[in-house]
Design a protein around this ligand. Structure first.
Ligand code: SF4
Length: 249
């Protein structure tokens, strides 16, 4: 029976989809964002001193179903995130089927940097998707995350013809993608793709202590957090072009 490594099950989450949710954080990511707030999630194997639990689908469903009364009461469910959940597509498909059989809503939060067929297949199986876009410019995307944005943009374009509702999420990072020119650059690319709805996530420092604990170098050490109000001009620049914008998750 297939298993997948999960480094955290975060119950009572209210930031990654509607209602009260359990976030399932899969171990492993194929990006290396310099601002990542879960650096422990990046390697496929946990770092020394860190842990991930290898769950079968049945074991994970048994855990997730415990909070079904809260999901039902609040219009919530389960959000598959990471790391990158789409590094385990067969597992995610089986898990989604099992959660649907239990009457549980399934969302995914992904950087969408995976094979287009895999992406489409998983996307059409879930009820809702957040797709992250870190930069509109290919070279800057590569500089900040280790990979270009070509595949991600193709997956975003394909996602818009899926029956699954999609919201594009932009983590707004000081000095990386937060300038006026950047808001115009995002607006161009998003409008070209036909994206209608965007969420802006202000840079935060929730991961700072993890870098210290793991003795990893952190490019944003001491960088001031952003408030939602810091993103007003950025949001306005996007919304002026017809995109519906929400600040914060
Ligand atoms: S995609 Fe997410 S989990 Fe992966 S490195 Fe970037 S911020 Fe971290």
């Amino acid at each position: 029976m297939q298993k997948a490594p999960v480094f955290n099950l975060q119950k009572f989450s209210i930031h990654d989809g509607a209602g009260i949710r359990t976030d399932v954080f899969f171990q492993g990511c194929n990006l290396r964002c310099a601002w990542c707030s879960n650096p422990e999630s990046q390697p496929m194997e946990p770092l020394p001193g860190e842990k991930a639990t290898a769950y079968t689908v049945n074991e994970l469903v048994a855990e997730l179903v415990k909070d079904k009364p809260f999901y039902d009461e609040s219009g919530g469910g389960v959000t598959l995130t990471g790391g990158e959940a789409l590094l385990y597509p067969a597992f995610v498909l089986e898990l989604t089927r099992a959660l649907h059989s239990a009457g549980i809503h399934v969302a995914i939060e992904t950087a969408a940097c995976v094979n287009e067929d895999v992406f489409s297949q998983v996307l059409s199986s879930v009820d809702f998707a957040y797709i992250d876009l870190k930069h509109y410019d290919d070279a800057k995307h590569k500089a900040g995350t280790g990979v270009g944005n070509g595949l991600i943009l193709r997956n975003i374009a394909n996602s818009l013809s899926s029956k699954t509702p999609v919201v594009v999420r932009i983590p707004v990072i000081p000095g990386y993608n937060d300038s006026e020119a950047d808001s115009a650059g995002f607006a161009n690319v998003l409008n070209e793709l036909g994206v209608k709805e965007v969420q802006l996530l202000p840079f935060h420092q929730l991961g700072e202590s993890k870098y210290k604990k793991l003795q990893l170098q952190y490019e944003y050490d001491g960088q001031k957090q952003m408030r939602e109000s810091d993103l007003s001009a950025f949001a306005e620049a996007l919304s002026k072009t017809g995109i519906q914008v929400q600040i914060g998750g």
